[in-house]
Design a protein around this ligand. Structure first.
Ligand code: FAD
Length: 414
């Protein structure tokens, strides 16, 4: 019988892997199963151009539908995988049918972390949203009208991107963040305050060090009317027409754990994307992998990671065994300003900026032991490749030259 690879999850990583297998000459059957109604699509525009109405639905799709046919990829949308039977190498689907696999790849991504407040259990709230899928955006779009009061809970990239779109569409936006500054886990205070200022200039209001205490619902328990909060212990109530929760992601690991595979903040895989079961791999947002960059284990939530992880898995499935070695990087887009990040700044000792912070064109470099471990490049896309090389090289740098925008970054990276 013809060999069969089944990919569970038709998202960024699953879509890349299916196409990557064909590009590498895989001759067996490739089944790509996804529970959403759409073929694999890009999520980044959801909180940017798609929400703003500037990107069309079909432009989100990674590949036109015809490409799956041309590549002989059996794409099944609206198909949820319910369980894995490792002893028979079969999966079961929502309709009770079973499919046999030779290799199984879990590319199940994650879901938005819900707001965990007592009293909300069971309430189906029509104006409480999160942003993970096309259907999430379609559900909230009708509320994105001028004058509406939007409260965003969570000052991470997704919340900030939605804030940027919303104020540009004329909504009144207040963003609540539990930490004393924005993007606390991923960037330094210099960049946090730059981003806060960027949004304040456009009219976004902030409540930092803010604890959300309660959502005030209407009598029918269908609509949120307001949010009760406390900033540094001072109580406040804000009225809301809609509320967006952007407090992170829960990796979809239940299929793996129910099948007895190791899960620890993601499905545990090695540097070749393999789980402990030689027939099962896991990639993308749902996978926790060793990182050559940090020396520890890491679970990343980014498009570059999904693409690289799919490439590594395709190589593994083709018997080529190429370990994951890429450095984490990410981008965001707010008010047309490009923010690019490389590396992880956790544990940095010093931050050196270069360029014009007031001119919205600068880079922040995070150093440890005189080496650049991470960088945020803001409005200077031409500098990003050199910043990436600098982080990869792990070379010691001259801090004065690093901070001098007249010194080419490339000369430091060398
Ligand atoms: P996903 O793309 O989430 O795909 C997983 C798929 O599996 C989903 O369709 C899910 O429904 C499906 N699935 C799950 N369980 C099952 C099952 N049992 N059966 C069948 N199907 C199942 N990254 C960047 O680098 N830059 C950005 O600017 C950026 N912006 C973003 C903005 C938003 C709003 C969001 C939500 C994400 C953003 N990201 C960004 C992150 C990036 O989109 C993700 O890291 C990437 O999509 C991960 O790909 P994935 O294939 O691992 O998971």
């Amino acid at each position: 019988m013809e060999e069969r690879i089944i990919i569970v999850g038709a998202g960024q990583a699953g879509g890349e892997l299916a196409a990557g297998l064909r590009k590498q000459g895989y001759k067996g059957r490739v089944l790509l199963l996804g529970d959403e109604a759409h073929p694999p699509y890009q999520r980044p525009p959801l909180s940017k151009g798609f929400l703003q109405g500037k990107v069309a639905l079909t432009d989100l799709y990674l590949k036109p539908l015809a490409t799956y046919e041309r590549f002989d990829i059996e794409l099944k949308t609206g198909t949820r995988v319910e369980a894995i039977d490792r002893s028979t190498r079969e999966i079961s689907l929502g309709d009770g049918s079973r499919l046999a696999y030779d290799k199984l790849v879990l590319a199940t991504g994650g879901r938005a972390r819900p707001l965990n407040l007592p009293g909300l259990e069971g309430a189906r709230l029509e104006n409480l949203f999160s942003v993970r899928s096309i259907s999430d955006i379609e559900a909230m779009r009708g509320k994105f009208v001028p004058g509406n009061r939007l409260i965003i809970i969570g000052g991470g990239y997704v919340g900030l991107e939605v804030a940027a779109v919303a104020v540009q569409l004329g909504l009144r936006v207040t963003l609540l963040e539990a930490a004393p500054r924005l993007l606390p886990r991923v960037t330094g205070p210099e960049v946090s305050s730059f981003i806060e200022q960027l949004h304040r200039e456009r009219g976004v209001e902030f409540r930092l060090s803010c604890e959300v205490r309660d959502l005030e619902l209407d009598e029918a328990r269908r609509q949120v009317r307001g949010v009760s909060l406390a900033c540094r212990g001072v109580p406040e109530r804000l009225e809301a027409d809609l509320v967006l929760v952007g407090i992170g992601l829960i990796p979809n690991t239940e299929l793996a754990s129910a099948a007895g595979l190791a899960v620890d903040n993601g499905i545990v895989v090695d540097e070749y994307a393999c789980t402990a079961d030689p027939a099962i791999l896991a990639i993308g947002d749902c996978a926790n992998q060793p990182s050559a960059y940090t020396g520890g284990r890491i679970r990343l939530e980014s498009v570059p990671n999904a693409i690289e992880h799919a490439r590594v898995a395709a190589a593994t499935l083709m018997g080529k065994m190429e370990p994951y070695a890429a450095i984490p990087w990410f981008w965001s887009d707010q008010y047309g300003l490009k923010l690019q990040m490389v590396g992880l700044s956790t544990g940095y000792e010093q931050c050196v900026t270069r360029g014009a912070v007031e001119g919205k064109e600068f880079s922040a470099f995070y150093l440890k032991d005189r080496r650049v471990i991470a960088a945020d490049v803001i409005g200077r896309p031409a500098e990003f490749m050199a910043a990436k090389r600098l982080v990869s090289s792990r070379a010691e740098v001259d801090i004065t030259r690093l901070g001098d925008a007249a010194v080419p970054l490339n000369s430091l990276a060398a």
